[in-house]
Design a protein around this ligand. Structure first.
Ligand code: PXL
Length: 265
């Protein structure tokens, strides 16, 4: 049996917790065949990002065509896109692909290092978001993209409407940075799903956003609806956060293999 195929278009995290590495581990854990188009390479560890180099647009296009034209994809996920040129090229590529696209509009890393040029924001708004089946901004990305500041749960609806105005079919606003319970809002402008999860007292959460978006793409590739895929993805990432572990001297990664723990013993 051939597994569903999922493509991530994102940056490499040499520390293995976020980016392409998180995406491929998530896809393995969720039973799909993961493939990658690398947009940028970061030199990164638990302390932060020490360097970042983007690939030429031609290299990104070539990787994408190689995968999609021969192997085919049932879902695509986008992450770090670095520059306006890459955002625009990737938006065009996913618009021409007949598969759902999960767009994680990555702005900065867990340590606050920039992963997207300020000059690319407008291309994210007007080219990338309209091509998304689901967009998954966190609260910082919502402010960057829409100017809406979410200070409490009551503001999540307004944030969702502001993102939906750019054209994604669904938006998942991740309220994880709000105090108290972790609450996210998934909506297409008519249906609303409020997703609540207990907050785990664990600072080792590097890679959370990449992992969630890749888990959603994996569910969509299996033929699940957007709400079904998002609910299952949230369950997976919540378990991965609970099992996150210390590495190096800073913030450790979530555990992508938390459901396989018995294999390690
Ligand atoms: O979580 C956003 C993200 C995306 N892509 C890469 C990253 C990070 C965060 O560190 O390193 C490559």
């Amino acid at each position: 049996m051939i597994p569903p195929r999922v493509l991530t278009v994102a940056g490499s995290d040499s520390g293995g917790g976020a980016g392409i590495q998180a995406d491929l581990k998530t896809m393995l854990a969720l039973g799909v065949h993961g493939m990658s188009v690398i947009t940028a390479v970061t030199a990164q560890n638990s302390l932060g990002v020490q360097g970042a180099w983007e690939l030429p647009v031609a290299a990104v296009r070539a990787q994408y065509r190689s995968v999609v034209d021969d192997i085919g994809v049932q879902a695509v996920k986008t992450g770090m896109l670095a520059s306006a040129e890459l955002v625009e090229a990737v938006a065009e590529l996913i618009s021409g692909t007949d598969a759902p696209a999960v767009v994680d509009p990555v702005g900065v890393s867990k340590h606050g290092d920039p992963l997207l040029a300020a000059s690319a924001l407008d291309s994210v708004r007007t080219r990338l978001l309209p091509a998304a089946t689901v967009a998954t901004p966190n609260l910082d990305e919502v402010v960057q993209l829409t100017g809406v500041r979410v200070g409490a749960e009551d503001d999540l609806r307004r944030a969702a409407a502001a993102v939906l105005a750019y054209g994604p079919r669904w938006v998942l606003i991740k309220g994880g940075h709000l105090p108290g319970e972790a609450v996210d809002l998934l909506t297409d402008g008519s249906a609303e799903h409020w997703l609540r999860a207990p907050r785990h007292d664990n600072r080792h959460t590097h890679g959370t956003g990449c992992t969630l978006a890749s888990a959603i793409a994996s569910g969509l590739a299996k033929g699940r609806s957007v709400p079904e895929a998002v609910i299952a993805a949230k369950e997976y990432v919540t378990g991965a956060i609970a099992a996150g572990f210390a590495l190096g001297g800073g913030i450790g990664p979530v555990d992508h293999g938390w459901r396989f723990r018995e294999i390690r013993e």
